[in-house]
Design a protein. Structure first.
Length: 344
């Protein structure tokens, strides 16, 4: 076999299949993954995916305005650190120690630090020291040694506005979990918000772009309200573009939503060709008997093979003990299996 054919065969093999403990991953792997989201869904996915790739990029929403994050944003006029912290915690190699430290939350009974997480305070302190949120994230990731890179979707200090069907509008992401009304539209409270250049570059360079899982409006759509993020996904023509549908509805913002509804809303704020594939949980463990009760878990799935132009892949990826969420290991394996199938 001549050298050019050997090189071609090697390139084909290097980009074909990835499994846990694949020896190619010892060198960092060659599959470049850009995962877009926030909340608890994205960190859960990252914990599973770091077994498969050493080239992970997390593009994270920064509109959180509740709890510890909300208080620190007001005090320091800064970008929301909470979802960034969760993703760094998920990507650290020594999760047992460092993730626990970053996620440690002080008791609400404490007057000064009550309700704050150590990770939020850490990032805020570095932001104040360096006068740069960007630098704070870079230093944190370096010190705690992460399996990938975490990027804010924007460095602009913005909030999400929620307009409900009755015409009332509220500013602040936390209202999405507090008001039981149908959402008419969401938008940012500032015009001309710029996407973070490094986040855009990571999306442009990705072999696999993943959207979700996560709260539809709070964690996913808020990223696509930023023009540069939308465009970066659309302009990457080489990547496998995948949406991971939530395995359950949420108690307020997606109450009674179907998989089709989730896809339609994402396409509304992104584009019709935002993604080509959708991974759906196939296992319904718990379905609410009383749809008027807040907090009930309502697993969703679909029997459709295609929803519009989107091809549907189904797998048992729900966490049996907590059916509101995906099982991180089953989810990551299903994602890589889908990628392998599409690329083969």
């Amino acid at each position: 076999m001549n050298r050019s054919l050997m090189n071609l065969a090697q390139k084909w093999w290097d980009n074909l299949r990835y499994e846990p403990n694949d020896p190619r991953l010892k060198a960092g792997g060659s599959i470049k993954i850009a995962a877009i989201g926030g909340g608890t869904g994205l960190p859960n996915l990252l914990r599973g995916l770091k077994k498969y790739s050493g080239q992970l990029s997390a593009i994270v929403t920064v509109t959180d305005a509740g709890g510890s994050t909300g208080e620190l944003r007001k005090d320091f006029d800064m970008v929301a650190p909470g979802d960034i912290r969760k993703c760094i915690s998920a990507l650290v190699y020594n999760e047992e120690l460092f993730s626990a430290l970053l996620e440690h939350r002080f008791s609400k009974s404490k007057k000064t630090l009550g309700g704050h997480t150590l990770g939020n305070i850490w990032i805020t302190a570095l932001t104040d020291y360096y006068k740069s949120f960007e630098k704070a994230i870079e230093v944190t990731s370096s010190i705690f040694h992460t399996a990938g890179t975490v990027y804010p979707a924007t460095l602009d200090n913005v909030n999400v506005c929620i307009e409900y069907e009755d015409g009332k509008t509220f500013v602040g992401e936390h209202y999405l979990d507090e008001i039981l009304k149908k959402i008419s539209k969401v938008y940012l409270n500032r015009k001309g918000v710029k996407a973070y250049k490094k986040a855009v570059a990571a999306i442009a360079d990705a072999d696999l772009i993943i959207i979700g899982p996560g709260s539809l409006y709070a964690s996913l759509i808020t990223n696509f309200l930023i023009k540069g993020i939308r465009e970066a996904v659309a302009m990457n023509k080489k990547a496998v573009k995948l949406y991971i549908s939530n395995c359950s509805t949420e108690r307020t913002q997606t109450r009674n939503f179907s998989v089709e509804d989730h896809i339609a809303e994402l396409q509304k704020y992104g584009s019709k060709d935002l993604f080509d594939y959708c991974l759906v949980n196939s296992r319904v463990i718990k379905k609410s008997k009383d749809e008027t009760v807040l907090g009930e878990v309502n697993n969703i799935t679909t029997n459709q093979k295609n929803i519009g132009r989107v091809a549907i892949f189904k797998a048992d990826i729900v966490d049996r003990k907590n059916p509101l969420f995906h099982d991180r290991d089953k989810l990551a394996k299903a994602v890589i299996d889908l990628y392998n199938k599409v690329k083969s």
